[in-house]
Design a binder for this molecule. Structure first.
Ligand SMILES: *Cc1c(COP(=O)(O)O)cnc(C)c1O
Length: 314
């Protein structure tokens, strides 16, 4: 696990830049789920997702170490977060994106002041490119999840939850590469080990589910889930051991269940959330946790959807 003091240190690094996000509730949701549900609203976080927490912690260190450039290989929430924080701290950000990147994502990165480099269509092509750009321009490559400073930054979500609801029973978290959940596990299991932490993956992006079952990192060949932030094909070398040792449970949700959860939050709670973040609520709405009369936090990890595509998503 990441030491608790590293997560407190991360909070000191990010508190003047990120929001302490609120918890949202709905009586209707409580009745439907037969539990008390709190949505941890990272969809209204700066840049629209929790990724700004880890990115800020990591980019601040890079700047302190003398970097004049940071690079990332993500066109999604991580790339946007890196572009935003680099701009704020006055260093250049180069974001390597796939040739088929959507206009909405491009506009977001450019809007935050990031420079775009196109490269291939897979992360196997983009990551070496981003690392090479960093190496040749006095820069530092910022990984999306498999890095102690990134994990510590995401862990501040766990600190906040324990402070906001000291008697929380369970926390439900979307799982992609595992940075968010391994940060939350590190915070929660050292502060209050009786709190259950439960991961959720789409059925078609079940790499962490399979890895846990095999007790070793297992890759899947690829996935087209609408939860585009969870399309990683294997858990990280740093994140996976934390999950293997401390995770309480991991459940799977279907594409249809993800869409239903998005529609529920839009209709009843008037919130736009993205598919990747809807998986945690989907698991709760489908009664997949086996919990009753408990206080459960559903981490709503992000809200970045292309509104023009919303009708296709739901
Ligand atoms: C990145 C991301 C995730 C997954 O986080 P990991 O740290 O890769 O597990 C979940 N939801 C959203 C909205 C994301 O951007």
């Amino acid at each position: 696990m990441i030491p608790l003091q590293d997560i407190y240190h991360a909070r000191n690094q990010i508190y003047d830049i990120t929001h302490v996000t609120p918890l949202m509730t709905s009586n209707q949701l409580n009745q439907l789920c037969q539990n008390q549900i709190f949505l941890k609203a990272e969809h209204i976080q700066k840049t629209g997702s929790f990724k700004i927490r880890g990115a800020t912690n990591k980019v601040k260190r890079a700047v302190a170490d003398g970097a004049s450039l940071v690079t990332a290989a993500s066109s999604g929430n991580h790339g946007q977060a890196v572009a935003y924080i680099a701009n704020l701290l006055g260093v250049k950000a180069t974001i390597v994106v796939p040739e088929d990147v959507s206009n909405a994502k491009l506009a977001a990165i450019k809007g935050y002041g990031g420079e775009i480099v196109y490269c291939g269509t897979t992360s196997h092509e983009r990551i070496p490119k981003a690392k090479q750009l960093a190496a040749t321009h006095n820069g530092i490559y910022i990984p999306p999840y498999d890095d102690p400073l990134i994990i510590a930054g995401q862990g501040t979500v766990g600190l906040e939850i324990i402070e906001q609801i000291p008697d929380v029973d369970a926390i439900v978290v979307p799982v992609g590469g595992g940075g968010l959940i391994s940060g939350i596990l590190s915070a929660v299991k050292q502060m209050k080990p009786t709190v259950k932490v439960i991961g959720v993956e789409p059925e078609t992006a079940n790499d962490t589910f399979l890895s846990l079952r095999n007790q070793s990192i297992t890759a899947i060949s690829g996935t087209n889930t609408i939860a585009d932030g969870l399309r990683t094909t294997q858990p990280g070398d740093l994140t996976f051991p934390i999950l293997l040792k401390t995770l309480d449970d991991l459940v799977l949700v279907s594409e249809e269940e993800i869409k239903q959860a998005m529609v529920f939050v839009m209709e009843r709670m008037k919130q736009v959330i993205e598919p990747s973040s809807a998986v945690s609520l989907a698991a709760i709405l489908q009664h997949k946790l086996g919990l009753k009369d408990r206080k459960i936090v559903s981490v709503i990890s992000g809200g970045n959807v292309d509104i023009r595509n919303l009708d296709k998503l739901v």
